[in-house]
Every structure is written in structure tokens, then in C-alpha cells.
Design a protein around this ligand. Sequence first.
Ligand code: PLP
Length: 400
Amino acid sequence: MKDPGRLLVTDPPALGRYGDFGGSYVPETVVPALGELVEEAKSALADQSFLDELSSLLRDYAGRPTPCYFAARLSEHAGFPIWLKREDLLHTGAHKLNNALGQLLLARRMGKHRIVAETGAGQHGLATATACALLGLPCVVYMGSEDIRRQAVNVAKMRLLGATVEAVDSGSRTLKDATSEAIRDWVTNVRDTHYVIGSVVGPHPYPWLVRTLQSVIGVEARQQMLAQAGRLPAQVVACVGGGSNAIGIFSGFLDDPEVRLLGVEAGGRGAGPGENGASLNLGSPGVLHGASSFLLQDQDGQVLPTHSVSAGLDYPGVGPEHAWLNSTGRATYCVVDDRQALAAFHLLSRLEGIIPALESSHAIHQAIGSRPDDGGPVLVCLSGRGDKDLDTVLTEAAGD
Ligand SMILES: *Cc1c(COP(=O)(O)O)cnc(C)c1O
């Protein structure tokens, strides 16, 4: 493939707004740092030497381009062609490294020598700790104590890579609380510290910056579909936690109106409060972690607890660009529950010899049930590999 590691670079949206969503609802002390980040990101993304350094790291270190693979046995099972964009084959096992490498190069360019990040399942913490080891920058990862208990292997890996993992004991002791704590650290140490957000959430410019860094997935996939399938996909399917792998792959096809874009949220155990992570389908407009979007909240605007069998989809908010794409109808969003995702996890393992992340398994379930009108190919973002989920899957199986 010519040009691996190429990004879709757009101007940041005016005032960071996507229609009614987005913006920047932050304490005064970080306003200058966010302004600096907008300007530095614009200048870096317009600088060929920055883009060349990033794309050579994405290629030689991370393993891009990732394959776009025709899943023959899964296609036979579904009754129409299904292609998998293999982000599970990226170094560290998920798409998160695309963003972490880009933000770390940007932090270094800005002269910020200390890195903080939040993590839920540990995949973003792992990607950030990896990129920090690569560039020799100190790294503090905030993680809920409940998640530390559930994700011991990723915690051990982050520590091996030299990162400090800070346990967060407030609230539900999960991702939402870790994010609040990382923001608090950043607000206090903003002069020398860069905060690496792991998804297309948070205040402007993060949703735009993370989307740009993940657009490499969609740029590659569009080229690969044209070259290998001889046409664009009829439909693109991706799971949505904060929404970074989804917006990354969608961004390659947004200007192709004939391509349907389908996001899949976590249905968890049901539609009741606290039982799922389906912010767009079951939430309402509100402000969380510095941006206006859809979120799961009670009548007083308090954020609800969430549940999903996949830790990466277990988040009460969603990126503002998805809220906007949902409101305009350019993309649609549906819900797949724990049981369906687990079944798809087993199905892909048996049919293709690929053990998918439980997050990605949500997209697989939706894809095989969504036959396009023209019977044309469906492209799925396989956002990560499932090694991290084996304990969960074995426990769930024992529980049945
Ligand atoms: C973190 C993660 C997700 C969810 O994050 P998005 O920002 O919605 O992409 C999905 N899949 C995997 C494998 C992850 O690690």
C-alpha cells in the first residue's frame, strides 16, 4: 500500500462545536492550555516532518497498514461478504496506539515532559505507557481501583513499561472517576504536563485531535476496499465506547453518501438505569468531562453507573461528533447486549481463528445481522484482540 500512516487532516470545527454538541466546559486554569493545544496541533498536522515521523512510527513500530481481511467463513455464515479491518494486529493489540503515538509526538513538540492519562480496561493506559517508554517520557496513569482489580495483567504491563499506575478510590472506582482524577492532575500541573485522552471525548480540541489521529484506519480501509474488493463497502460497522475506533473508520467514508455508517453501543444486561453503556440510544443531552454530548444521567443530571461485559464500552458518555452524526442521520447507532457480544466472540474465534476483543464482538454481532439491500460488502472495524478478555469470558461461561 502506498502511503501507510496517512491521516485525514481537517480544520478544527469552529469553537469545537459539532452542531449542538462539543465545546469546552472547563475550569479557567486550563483554557490557555487547550488554546495552545489547538494551535500546536494545527501547526504539527500541517508540518510534513511531523507527519513523516508519525507515519514512520505507525509503520515500523506499530505495524501499519493493518490488513483488511475478507472473512470467508464468517461471510458464508452471514450470507453476504464481510471484511475485517484488523486493528487487533496493531502493536499492543488495539487501535489505541494510533492516538497515543500521535499525542506523544505532539507533547514532545510542545515541550511538555510529563504525561498523564486515564484508563478503564487498561488498553489506553497500556498504549500511552508504551508510547512514553518509546519516547522516554514519564507517565502517570489514573485507573479506578475496581478496574485495577479486574485488569491485573494490563496493570502489570504498564508497570513493566515504567508507568506509575495511580489507584482512584472515588465514586464507582472505574473509568469515569479515573478521567475526573486525570483532569484534576492536569489542571494542577498544566505547565509541564500533557493529558492524553484515549477517545474522541473531552473538551475541544480533543475530539477533533483524536479523530484525526484515528482517521488512519478509515483512510487505509477505503483504499484497501477499492483495491481488494473492487468497490466501497455498502456498510461500515464499528463499536462505540467513547467512539474513537468508530469515528476513525467512519471518517474515511463520510463523503461517500452511498456508504451506510453503523455504530454499535453496549446494551449490557438491559435498558434499565445502570445496566448498559448506550449513551446515544438510552441517554439524553448533557455535559460530561468538558463537552456537551449525550450521556446516561438521572433526572437531576447525575451521571448513572454503567455496565457492559466489555470494559472499553463501559462509559456513560459518547464523543460529540457521534451525537451530531446521530442527530443528522448520517450515521445510525444501535445496541447489542452482553449475551449477543459473547456469542459473536465465540463465533469469530471458531469460524476465523481470530479471538476478538469483547468490544469488537458487539460490532461483529451487528454486522452479521445487517444484510445490506444490495447484498454488498460489509466492513467491520475489529478494534482489538480478545486476549485481555479471556478471564471475563470464562467467568461468564461458568456463570451461565
Ligand atoms: C477502548 C476500546 C474500545 C472503545 O473505545 P472507542 O474510543 O469507542 O473506540 C473499543 N475496542 C477496543 C478493543 C478498545 O480497547
